[in-house]
Design a protein around this ligand. Sequence first.
Ligand code: TYM
Length: 323
Amino acid sequence: MATPRILSGIKPTGKPHIGNYFGMMRPAIEWQDRGEAFYFIADYHALTTVRDPKSLREFSRGVALDFLACGLDPAKAVLFRQSDVPQVTELSWILSCVTPMPMLENCHAYKDHLANEKIPSHGLFAYPVLMAADILLYDSNVVPVGRDQKQHVEVTRDLAHKINALYGKILTVPEASILPETETIPGLDGRKMSKSYENTIELFPEEKALRKKIMSITTDSAAVEEPKEPATSSIVALYKLFASEADLRRMEDDFRAGGIGYGEFKKRLFEAVWAYFAPMRARREELARDPGEVDRVLKEGAQRAEAVAIITMQRIRHAIGLR
Ligand code: TYM
């Protein structure tokens, strides 16, 4: 492959958490040195759940700020708001015309909604098509995501193949990049970390709030003196992400030996998380001092993304007979 085009997105439905960070943000930041990276704030997608305009705007800026603080370099990667390049909704419509309904009926988010007896909106049903448009609009080769997005990238590949079979090879077929070690980060209750489960640890909470969250991690009722099982503990699973090999081994040995309570292990986890994000916290504070900076980055990102989108849409419109 020549220089790969890398693309990923994150929904501004709240503040980014460490599942987002390890599943997508950190890999995306690593990819920015290896190709042309396009990362966006999926505000159209967030409309399926966020109904308050002020919150949507604040969350969008907050996600951008966190991403920059974590090391996204606007000189290397294009950071933009999805809705600043509205061509994506046109492509979404075009794709929806070749999308079999059963393909969408099989997608998780829709099925979960039905299972919970909630009424899904058309936006939620069509969500994977808009996501396919995001990816295909930028001729993306690589899509760094967490495990939960794998199905959506597969839908994208299917749709690209369908369009290519109908109209000639006009779309690039992407591949998901999912890192096995960080594909599903557990939350405070051991289930997948997710805003909808309210089990998240945000990237930049106040010290006290972070401590409280970590102390609330669910454990079994083993007494202090009893040996404990590291392999099934969410404390260990999270500590693994932040600690050195030696510190991790020490925690695992201490679990098995007994004599130390979960509270002590949680304190170690807190220290590790707090130290890990310290440089990014400092960078975030610095960035937040100039509120115009995020806006400038997003504006320039939108221009660079739109320049690519215009060219792709010309090619697609021509191929399918709109022009
Ligand atoms: P979103 O906003 O739910 O999550 C953003 C990214 O974080 C990853 N992630 C996780 N990874 C590991 N463990 C977890 N517990 C965890 N929780 C979240 C997600 O897998 C994701 O990569 N549909 C997307 C946004 C999107 C998109 C796109 C992504 C819209 N268009 C095009 C890629 C390409 C979403 O809802 O992500």
